[in-house]
Design a binder for this molecule. Structure first.
Ligand code: HQG
Length: 180
């Protein structure tokens, strides 16, 4: 089974295009594994897919993009703003979080702060290494922004837990970005 390829397509379906797959996603982003399997079975590439393949995919993944609970699966983060907003659980963030971005975005970020752009939430990383990997998707020499998360939280900004490495927030005002 091509788990990486499967994971990419599951991400696409759950984050960006549930309607293409005729998936009924609930308010917290869950969809039944059977429904997802049936949707994938419709394409010849996945004609041998079984529900267990999704379970193996999640268990074997290096990066925790999806979560399975009972007979349901959901994407933990990354949803696009073109789908119904996924409700996330509010939590107290660590003191400091990081955001890896491209140099070319800095001037705008300085003025506007961090905005979710095409996604539902701004994604923050728990450490500089993770932020570096995120930033490298957009710039070979990315900038790592240090976010005063706890201070923002104490002043009323809501933070949402994504996974062990990712926190989500609706937006981050520039005053909470330390080194910009
Ligand atoms: C930037 C991947 C201009 C922001 C990753 C980023 C992550 C601004 C880009 C997850 C801005 C949006 C998300 C502003 C923010 N002006 N640019 N005011 N505010 N930006 O891809 O955080 O592998 O939507 O800095 O690892 O890069 O798919 O967000 O560069 O966890 O599982 O706008 O996606 O995970 O880019 O990445 P994205 P992101 P997966």
């Amino acid at each position: 089974m091509a788990y990486e390829e499967l994971s990419k397509e599951v991400s696409y379906a759950l984050r960006h295009a549930p309607w293409e797959y005729e998936l009924e996603i609930d308010d917290e982003g869950w969809v039944s594994l059977e429904q997802l399997r049936d949707a994938f079975l419709a394409t010849p590439k996945w004609s041998k897919l079984e529900v267990n393949d999704f379970i193996d995919m999640v268990n074997m993944a290096e990066k925790k993009r999806h979560e399975i609970y009972g007979n349901k699966i959901r994407a933990l983060y990354g949803h696009s703003n073109s789908i119904h907003k996924i409700a996330k659980e509010e939590s107290v963030p660590p003191n400091i979080l990081y955001h890896g971005t491209a140099k070319r975005f800095l001037e705008k970020i300085k003025i506007e702060g961090l905005l979710p752009q095409a996604r539902q939430y701004v994604h923050l990383s728990v450490d500089m290494e993770t932020a570096m990997l995120v930033g490298k998707r957009r710039d070979h020499d990315p900038r790592i922004l240090k976010i005063k998360a706890k201070e923002a939280y104490d002043q009323g900004v809501k933070f949402y837990y994504g996974n062990d490495n990712v926190w989500l927030v609706d937006s981050i005002d520039a005053k909470y970005i330390e080194n910009i």
